[in-house]
Design a protein around this ligand. Structure first.
Ligand SMILES: Cc1ncc(COP(=O)(O)O)c(C=O)c1O
Length: 382
């Protein structure tokens, strides 16, 4: 060790840690040190794992590997957000001149990525209503490469017949990519039905505590390897601390989901019988019959009978907070028209059912009767 104080200040904390930590350490480093040039060569020969955190970091890999294992995927890559992971998955497949079919009910951010950004690279999109269409033939072009859909859609919680659409897509040689954020692999693993790529906003149920922004893409090895390069080259790598927090959250995903789904079922039953509620959106047992568990998710949306009372309803909530995200351990509400679906025209809103009176509820792990009592007191005033 060098003797000068200035040098020691920099190097003194680099003592190796002898004991094995039960929790994964956070590799909060931007770069990895090498004893010599031979080891650098080993990295490039694939014999060492890490060089620079944007290219790879143990915490990123821990998360990606865990989600890949839970989704029964060959390989995974983590990204700085769900959108980063979606971008990497799309660009791993699509090139200029290609065409993608996307479900007409996709997350607004995914729609913006396709319509505003990838369109500039001559990647074209057609939205398709998978609840009403019978096949893909009418929407196909010679350049169609991919089908993109969400397992449970936002905010109307539609579940399309995924096994049918995957078969249909495969029949036409399309790559299938699924956003499984709302369902999680606890409920369904799309790869079992033939998905090539599965993506998550790990900001939601995988993290589960509303304290991280992260994404994970898993699936076919060749595609995910390409997506990894895209994450690195576009600078969309996940920070080690965010990866660590997300992996920590993931450990309790199964118990959280079990409780949240059970709570949501009770909440949906309550809402269906409340006179102030015109319609409740919650997946049916029939729609979700291909899920690996007899549960329908933890999101419930509902439309107020009198939409002019929507402001009063939100103001009347005492402890359920308004938060335009979802999937934390705490119950929250959102208002799609004001937030996620703000960009829709009045006609689009009427056509899709995303109306001013629509409330999106993310059901948490609290006691279900407390959640119901809280909603009841607000609805009784609406
Ligand atoms: C279904 C779905 N996919 C993707 C995203 C984007 O994820 P992120 O905000 O982590 O980029 C969201 C965000 O709300 C989402 O709801």
């Amino acid at each position: 060790m060098a003797e000068r104080f200035e040098t020691k200040t920099v190097h003194i904390s680099h003592a190796p840690i002898a004991d094995v930590s039960k929790a994964t350490p956070i590799y909060q480093t931007s770069v990895f040190a090498f004893p010599g040039l031979e080891e650098v060569e080993q990295y490039y020969a694939g014999e060492r794992n890490y060089l620079y955190t944007r290219n790879g970091n143990p915490n990123q890999v821990e998360l990606a590997d865990a989600v890949a294992a839970l989704e029964d995927a060959e390989l995974g890559v983590s990204a700085a957000s769900g959108m980063g992971a979606i971008m990497a998955g799309l660009l791993a497949v699509l090139k200029p001149g290609d065409h993608i079919l996307a479900s007409h009910e996709i997350y607004g951010g995914t729609y913006a990525l396709l319509s505003k950004e990838l369109s500039r690279f001559q990647i074209e999109m057609t939205l398709i209503d998978l609840t009403n269409e019978k096949n893909l033939a009418d929407s196909l072009r010679p350049t169609t490469k991919m089908l993109f859909l969400e397992t449970i859609t936002n905010p109307l919680l539609t579940v399309v017949d995924m096994p049918y659409w995957f078969q249909e897509a495969k029949r036409h040689g399309l790559i299938v990519m699924v956003d499984n954020t709302f369902a999680t692999p606890y409920l369904v693993r799309p790869i079992a039905y033939g998905a090539d790529l599965v993506v998550h906003s790990a900001t939601k149920y995988i993290g589960g505590h509303s304290d991280v922004t992260a994404g994970v893409l898993v699936g076919r090895k060749d595609l995910v390897e390409r997506a990894k390069e895209i994450v690195v080259n576009f600078g969309a790598s996940l920070s080690p601390f965010e990866a660590w927090l997300t992996s920590r959250g993931l450990k309790t995903m199964a118990v959280r989901m079990e409780r949240q789904c059970d709570n949501a079922k009770q909440v949906a039953a309550f809402l269906r019988n409340h006179p102030a509620v015109a319609k409740t959106y919650y997946p049916s047992e029939e729609e979700t019959s291909f899920f690996h568990r007899a549960k329908q998710g933890a999101m419930v949306s509902f439309a107020l009978a009198d939409e002019s009372l929507i402001y009063k309803f939100y103001r009347s909530l005492k402890w359920i907070s308004f938060a335009p995200s979802l999937a934390g351990v705490e119950t929250t509400v959102s208002h799609p028209v004001t937030t996620s679906h703000r960009a829709l025209s009045e006609e689009q809103r009427q056509a899709t059912g995303i109306t001013k009176g629509l409330v999106r509820l993310s059901v948490g792990i609290e006691a279900h009767d407390d959640i119901i009592a809280e909603l009841k007191q607000a609805l009784d005033q609406a």
